[in-house]
Design a protein around this ligand. Structure first.
Ligand SMILES: Cc1ncc(CN)c(N)n1
Length: 214
């Protein structure tokens, strides 16, 4: 690896799949506010299952981070978003769309949950950050492509706003910074191990949107 940061290097290794995620037709339809109610309901029902393991993974990041400075942003994000804004969004949006919080998980949802659960139980901080970083950075990638005026309906607009804005950008910057910091001390096999997990998460993000697009 040369001077480019570890997080940039990771993203470049899966550049095609990454671009497919952040420009995915389903994500672009959210930005345009044109996702049909049935499709948005199915997507959010599945994402609610995703968010459970994601929240547990944030908890693992608090536990496994290698410094107090690193633990604090995870704790803040866990408290602010996972248990307040994002959670109330899901309940309001699913109520609006006639969705359920306990839908049966689709195969890709199961696979994503398994990846997050494996990262969590590994207690390997770098692998935990790799999965969190993909989930948040790709979401910033598509949401930041939205152009004003944002869609009128809150199910689309708030989902975009939750994944863009000053605070969310700072959160993604922090996650990338953690990968960059950890990557600087890694040997080649270790970097490849992190890449395996990073690339698998990018693939699952793409398949998650494919599932939602039907
Ligand atoms: C599948 C998926 N990936 C990422 C995010 C953003 N936290 C999400 N809500 N859902």
């Amino acid at each position: 690896m040369s001077e480019r940061s570890f997080s940039d290097w990771l993203r470049e290794q899966c550049a095609d799949e990454w671009t497919t995620v952040v420009t995915h037709p389903f994500a672009m339809a959210i930005n345009a506010g044109t996702v049909a109610d049935d499709a948005m309901r199915r997507y959010l029902e599945q994402d609610f299952q995703f968010v459970d393991s994601f929240t547990a993974l944030l908890g693992a990041a608090v536990a496994c981070a290698d410094s107090f400075e690193a633990r604090v942003p995870y704790g803040r994000f866990l408290g602010q978003v996972a248990t307040t804004e994002e959670k109330t969004y899901f309940h309001r949006a699913l109520a609006e769309l006639g969705g359920r919080t306990e839908a049966a998980p689709e195969p890709v949802t199961e696979e994503f949950r398994r990846l997050m659960d494996q990262a969590r139980t590994s207690q390997d901080y770098a692998l935990i950050v790799a999965v969190l970083c993909v989930a948040e950075w790709t979401y910033l990638g598509w949401a930041s492509r939205a152009v004003a005026p944002l869609p009128e309906r809150f199910v689309h607009r708030e989902w975009i706003e939750l994944h863009d804005g000053v605070e969310f950008r700072g959160w993604v910057r922090f996650l990338r910074g953690e990968l960059d910091r950890l990557g600087a001390g890694m040997d080649e096999p270790r970097r490849r191990r992190v890449l395996d997990v990073f690339a698998r998460a990018v693939e699952l993000e793409r398949r998650f949107f494919d599932m939602a697009a039907g």
